[in-house]
Design a protein around this ligand. Structure first.
Ligand SMILES: C=C(CC[C@@H](C)[C@H]1CC[C@H]2C3=CC[C@H]4[C@H](C)[C@@H](O)CC[C@]4(C)[C@H]3CC[C@]12C)C(C)C
Ligand SMILES: C[S@@+](CC[C@H](N)C(=O)[O-])C[C@H]1O[C@@H](n2cnc3c(N)ncnc32)[C@H](O)[C@@H]1O
Length: 385
């Protein structure tokens, strides 16, 4: 006989007593919910797909961080943010390392619950999420005037969703750079599987110090990525260096809008929460982003917030708002997988951070103080070296 600890028997007794007090409908509802959850768990275990196009619930990892260290790395990440609203990352020299850690922690969860493109998009009328996403990415190829035979740079490429669209629609070759090795592996896997490998390459590196020669690329873009740089001039300056003269750089920037009031505590709180839940050192204003490009030598060609540019497209944060209940269900699933010891310890806390940041992003969008898609189109002058 197996000895059952007294604490367990006591807890079971108390739960049964509580269960007895419920009405028949409540008991029935709990039974159905339990059944669905068990079916989900058993189904996922039995029918674990060999298709690795997205991790299953039981395959969520800490990216490049070994499972035993996930909790400690997440705690260190959390502690790197200041206690006062507006502080951001206290020691900015640690930003690049912390961003690398951040992406190890979230990449599987992003792919699992969002997809292969780690960005937002305006929702186009009569187009589904994927079509709206692809249109947002294809706009980049058009703005850069990419053609077959050209070489483009994807600065902060994630697992390569945008890269695959840009290369496919333009016929140009795209090299992606990301600070996170796990993302390099995922991006290469998807590129190969989707037949885009011949037009793509992915390297691990720091976009503040890129392993490319001066004047290498015919175009460069960054989709919701340069917001991670400790200083925008640092990354913009590197992009300027590796671009050929006369070529374009387009960025979808995460910035505060002209509605942001630094003396309004609610605005400050929203931005602070967005910084923490997304691995940002601080939030820049759209004007600071424009100036950063000009400061490194670019000509500014176009500057507009795509969140408000078209009156017929739906808000970028609608997808998050619609997913509110799914996020809660996802949290129960991650917690259950954690409870049975099938997820790295700490991943539940990472997921909780994402549930919370989804709320702050929605708030930032609704109040209008934040946009993840301020379009900046720059050109390196013909005369520049
Ligand atoms: C550009 C960046 C990332 C932008 C977005 C791709 C991500 C921002 C917030 C993320 C998410 C929030 C809630 C998660 C949910 C709780 C989980 O169950 C499934 C994944 C989420 C939907 C997740 C997906 C990606 C985001 C929308 C930043 C980092 C600069
Ligand atoms: C939100 S993701 C966007 C990814 C991709 N652009 C997309 O839209 O799917 C931000 C990306 O920036 C990269 N990044 C952040 N800081 C970086 C750095 N210092 N050097 C290189 N890549 C960096 C991250 O690794 C990640 O791939």
């Amino acid at each position: 006989m197996v000895a059952v600890p007294a604490l367990v028997t006591k807890t079971v007794d108390r739960l049964s007593a509580e269960f007895d007090k419920l009405s028949t409908t409540q008991k029935y509802a709990i039974g159905v919910a339990g059944g669905v959850a068990s079916l989900y768990v058993v189904g996922s275990l039995l029918f674990k797909s060999s298709d690795k196009s997205k991790p299953s619930t039981f395959e969520l990892t800490g990216g490049s961080i070994e499972a035993a260290k996930v909790k400690a790395e997440f705690d260190a990440y959390s502690e790197s943010y200041g206690k006062n609203a507006g502080d951001g990352i206290i020691d900015r020299t640690k930003t690049v390392h912390l961003v690398d850690v951040f992406y190890s922690l979230v990449t599987d969860i992003y792919e699992w619950g969002w997809g292969q493109s780690f960005h937002f998009s305006p929702r186009l009328p009569n187009k589904d999420l994927r079509a709206s996403e692809a249109a947002h990415e294809a706009r980049v190829a058009a703005l850069l005037r990419l053609r077959p035979g050209m070489k483009a740079l994807d600065c902060g490429c994630g697992v390569g969703g945008p890269m695959r669209t840009v290369a496919s629609v333009s016929g140009a070759h795209v090299t992606g750079i990301t600070i996170n090795q796990y993302q390099v592996d995922r991006a290469k896997y998807h590129n190969l599987k989707q037949g885009v490998a011949p037009l793509t390459d992915v390297v691990r590196g720091d976009f503040l110090n890129m392993p490319f020669k001066d004047c290498t690329f015919d175009g460069a873009y960054a989709i919701e990525a340069t917001c991670h740089a400790p200083k925008l001039e640092g990354v913009y300056g590197e992009i300027f260096r590796v671009l050929k003269p006369g070529c374009y750089f387009v960025s979808y920037e995460w910035v505060s809008t002209c509605k942001y009031d630094p003396t309004n505590p609610e605005h400050v709180r929203i931005i602070d929460e967005i910084n923490f839940g997304n691995g940002l050192p601080e939030m820049r204003s759209w004007k600071e982003a424009e100036n950063a490009g000009k400061n490194v030598g670019f000509d500014l060609i176009m500057s507009m917030d795509l969140a408000t540019a078209s009156v017929v497209s739906g808000p970028w944060y609608e997808r998050l708002r619609m997913g509110k209940y799914t996020h809660a269900i996802n949290h129960s699933i991650v917690s259950a997988v954690d409870a049975i010891g099938m997820a790295p310890k700490g991943l539940k806390e990472v997921h909780h951070m994402l549930v919370e940041v989804a709320k702050s992003l929605i708030k930032g969008g609704e109040v209008g103080v934040f946009t993840p898609m301020h379009l900046l189109l720059f050109r390196k002058p013909e005369t520049a070296q």
